[in-house]
Design a protein. Structure first.
Length: 554
């Protein structure tokens, strides 16, 4: 465990999940053990919604002196990749959690699943069905009409065992046969209308290769995996609530250890999508560069953007647990990030749209060193020197030739304070042949160093700057929300969620300038910093000249 996960050990209020666990412990259930698991499918990258489940499962285990497994539910080789599995493990570790020696795969249990399938056939509770998926859907019925039994439902045990063995050997084409549980085609719960246990898939599995020609369904593998691992509390999101009777049915009819499934509301966030299927589409259609594009709500994307693991854990704590679906405001996530970065991020000066300033009364070939605070929230962070000379750069957005009233930044004849340095007054505006401003001529008050003047005057405007002699050039990426509407999934007629993409979600500044001490910061997300009056940044590992920010400040 990394040290900044200590907040996870704090006593949490008794929400409905913790209350149930305390009740189970008080009654002696499971010998008072608490054993949870985080069971993602390796068919995409983890996103913010998964972070809630990770924090809950690992956090609950720690709070109740239990353990938590990491299990990859790899039952569908058509969508799973080793890349995804490796990314999942990296994200869980980055978030601050450790499964120790408890890494498992559903594929570890394929032999046992197959034996259990045979047991169900022997008990007359499973059969091989010849209907394809479209025909099964037509036979399934709906919420007001019962389903129709498959013509294969009453096959003999011997015939079903023989057909299953042939399915296993790959003697039938994909999609021509399935193994189904024999439960109740008239059940009001559609999940109990003879669900599929095994299907034929002609794909190579990332872990088992070509050994298997049939693969268990998620519903058949999920609960049994929990049982085999001795899980006591299976914590799932609300979409699995209607699957719980099926989860229970398998455990009861196989007479195996029966974990308690408890559902909670998934994490929904506005201005984004929380569907791996939709995220995959964003990647494959080129709307974003990759799964770890900083605009994506994936943990790898958020990490690259500059989010800290602690800020995400704090966000998940603040969101809490609910039994009803709701949508969380993006502002809460941004607040948790700012709150964390404000305490730890060092401050630096930089300008994204440089505008040259020449100080006419400053000596040629001379420079000053001014002291700047590294972090006003951290007294131990100390100070750093910044060079100052005759030519500096300010941000073009901090100058206006014809300012409105109550404009407190630089303008002709106006005086502003350069952060940590001197007061300057604009005397002349120089333009090129196209009429664009290319330089400002200013004077400075040497007695105003650090913001103090002999006559005690104060100015209302303070702006950032960099020294022309020492500043370094870099490319900056400013990220905004990926979608322009709060709910891109609202299903508006004639609209696809892609239609709501924000065209201004990425703004690139090719020739930004920053103070040279930025070069001393480490590449990657472990050392976020703030460009004062601009936003929080980290140095993108893809390039030592590129920086990406968590979100520009307004």
């Amino acid at each position: 465990m990394v040290s900044d996960t200590e907040e996870c050990s704090e006593e949490k209020p008794l929400d409905f999940i913790r209350a149930k666990i305390k009740q189970d412990q008080a009654s002696g259930k499971n010998d008072r053990r608490v054993h949870t698991r985080f069971p993602p499918e390796p068919n995409g990258y983890l996103h913010l919604g998964h972070a809630k489940s990770i924090c809950l499962n690992f956090g609950i285990a720690k709070e109740f002196n239990g353990v938590c497994n990491l299990r990859l539910d790899d039952t569908n080789p058509t969508a799973e990749k080793t890349e995804y599995a490796e990314a999942i493990m990296k994200d869980v570790r980055w978030l601050g959690f450790d499964w120790e020696d408890r890494l498992f795969h559903a594929s570890d249990y394929f032999e046992q699943f197959y034996e259990w399938a045979i047991q169900l056939i022997d008990k007359g509770k499973a059969y091989v069905c010849d209907l394809n998926f479209e025909e099964m859907r037509a036979h399934r019925g709906n919420l007001t009409e019962p389903g129709k039994a498959s013509p294969c439902r009453n096959r003999s045990v011997e015939e079903n065992l023989s057909l299953l063995e042939k399915m296993k050997k790959g003697e039938f084409p994909e999609g021509t046969k399935t193994l189904r549980a024999k439960i109740d085609m008239s059940s009001p719960n559609l999940n109990l209308r003879d669900p599929v246990l095994y299907r034929i898939i002609g794909q190579t599995h990332p872990k088992t290769g070509d050994h298997w020609k049939i693969y268990p369904s998620y519903d058949f593998a999920h609960g049994q995996s929990d049982s085999l691992e001795g899980i006591t509390h299976s914590l799932c999101t609300l979409e699995f609530e209607h699957h719980r009777p099926l989860y229970d049915w398998f455990c009861q009819n196989l007479n195996i250890h029966h974990p308690q499934q408890i559902e909670f509301a998934r994490l929904n966030l506005n201005y984004t999508v929380m569907s791996k299927r939709k995220m995959l589409r964003l990647v494959e259609e080129g709307h974003v560069r990759s799964w770890d594009d900083p605009r994506m709500p994936t943990l790898s994307g958020m990490r690259r953007r500059g989010f800290t693991a602690r800020s995400i854990r704090n966000f998940c704590d603040r969101v809490g647990l609910a039994k009803r679906e709701n949508v969380i405001e993006m502002e809460l996530l941004e607040y948790c990030l700012r709150d964390d970065l404000n305490k730890q991020a060092v401050r630096r000066l930089g300008v994204l749209n440089p505008l040259k300033v020449t100080i006419d009364n400053y000596p040629e070939d001379h420079s000053d060193q001014v002291d700047a605070v590294n972090n006003p929230e951290d007294p131990e962070a100390g100070m750093r020197p910044i060079s100052f000379s005759k030519q500096i750069f300010i941000d073009r957005n901090d100058f206006m030739e014809e300012p409105p009233k109550k404009y407190f930044r630089l303008a002709p004849g106006k005086e502003v304070r350069l952060k940590y340095a001197f007061y300057i007054t604009c005397k002349q505006v120089i333009k090129d042949s196209q009429g664009e401003i290319v330089e400002l001529i200013c004077s400075y008050d040497r007695e105003s160093r650090g913001g103090d003047t002999a006559d005690g005057r104060k100015v209302k405007g303070t702006i950032q700057w960099v020294d022309a002699k020492s500043a370094i050039s870099c490319r900056t990426h400013l990220y905004d929300r990926l979608f322009s509407v709060p709910n891109p999934d609202d299903g508006e007629e004639g609209k696809d969620f892609i239609d709501h993409l924000n065209p201004e979600s990425l703004t690139i500044h090719e020739d930004a300038l920053v103070e040279p001490s930025v070069q001393e910061l480490s590449v990657g997300t472990g050392n976020p910093f703030q460009l004062e009056r601009v936003g929080y940044f980290c140095i993108d590992p893809e390039s030592d000249r590129k920086m990406g920010n968590a979100r520009p400040e307004s």
